[in-house]
Design a protein around this ligand. Structure first.
Ligand code: 5MM
Length: 336
């Protein structure tokens, strides 16, 4: 694949008014989500749930791509059509989560480093054959007493850059996700500092590893106070701090930035994105790659009666896509 093709996939991922739906939960994580609504975590239920989401009418009006888990990339609809074919026919780019999850970082209690580089070149080759156009790797940065260490940040950014270089070699656009977790009592300023240091380290590593920024997408966490911080910032404060932090650390040659929701409510995630875009124009499109903030309402509805609520659950996820698509343009309005 040529450089131009990588660039055009990256640009399509952040096309105006469009974003990504993250449905790449590993089986352990989807089990937690299913447990929360009383659904048994069988392979068939996972397949049926992902079919409900991926075939929602009008989803592609506001969704440019979906991140899948390995199992999902190989699955088909009930009628036997591969999910990747359904997606490509519908203008939704198939993405694949390729990291193997965070593991304790030896010598640094409480910190983690994401694994999955061994054998990645061969896995990416197969994923490209299966139709994946982009991939995702998530690093997790914890904030706490004396955390994060520079060792943790550098180890994670080095792995993200090695992954990104391997993706581009395979003709796959890397989505690099350094998630600064919302867990903790830290305030907005602490989150700002940690996010800025992390992003600067990430872009230094990407440069070191010869990664083409024009063919890369950043999946970022917002600059937000910890969940247990008594001093929660307003929507505009979060939006202003996030944009300021990104401008201080992300090169303008990047084709786009998408956000994770990280445990924010559906409305908060949409309101923050909308506020950021109202403060534009910015050097890059700012859009979404939400998991929970795209799915939770639809999952709740579907779980109550999978057959009877199928169409309504699809309408619910399409509505979340519409709202976030409007927020990506700064045109969302809070419903009364
Ligand atoms: C959908 O969840 C993704 C996979 O998580 P696990 O590896 O833990 O199973 C996750 O990486 C997700 O894509 C991002 O964290 C964004 O999701 P949220 O819900 O934070 O928007």
């Amino acid at each position: 694949m040529s450089i131009e093709q990588l660039e055009s996939i990256a640009q399509a991922m952040v096309a105006p008014g469009k974003g990504i739906i993250a449905i790449d939960e590993s089986n352990t994580t989807i089990k937690k989500r299913f447990d929360g609504v009383g659904i048994e975590c069988t392979e068939e239920n996972r397949r049926a749930y992902r079919e409900m989401l991926l075939t929602a009418p009008n989803l592609s009006d506001h969704i440019s791509g979906a991140i899948l888990y390995d199992e999902t990339l190989r699955q088909s609809s009930r009628a036997g059509v591969p999910f990747t074919k359904i997606m490509l026919d519908n203008g939704i780019l198939p993405g694949i989560k390729v990291d193997k999850g965070p593991q304790p970082l030896a010598g640094f209690p409480g910190e983690v480093v994401t694994e999955g580089l061994d054998g990645l070149r061969d896995r990416l080759k197969e994923y490209a054959q299966l139709g994946a156009k982009f991939a995702k790797w998530r690093a997790v940065i914890n904030i706490g007493e004396d955390m994060p260490s520079s060792t943790c940040i550098e180890a994670n950014c080095h792995a993200l850059a090695r992954y990104a270089a391997l993706c581009q070699e395979a003709g796959i656009v890397p989505m690099v996700e350094p998630e600064v977790l919302m867990d903790g009592t830290h305030d907005l300023d602490v989150c700002y500092d940690v996010t800025e240091v992390t992003l600067r380290s990430l872009f230094a590593s990407l440069y070191e590893q010869n990664v083409l920024l024009e063919g890369t997408i950043l999946k970022a966490s917002m600059v937000i106070a910890g969940k247990d911080c008594p001093d929660q910032a307003s929507v505009d404060e979060v939006a202003e701090a996030t944009v300021r932090c990104l401008k201080a650390s992300v090169p303008a040659s990047l084709p786009g930035i998408v956000f994770l929701s990280g445990g924010q409510s559906d409305e908060q995630a949409t309101a923050h994105l909308n506020a950021m875009n109202q403060m534009g124009p910015h050097p890059w499109p700012l859009s979404f790659s939400y998991g929970r903030a795209m799915q939770s309402a639809a999952l709740k509805l579907w779980s109550k009666d999978m057959a009877k609520n199928f169409a309504d659950a699809q309408k619910t996820v399409a509505q979340r896509a519409r709202e976030n698509g409007l927020a990506a343009l700064g045109q969302w309005k809070k419903s009364a």
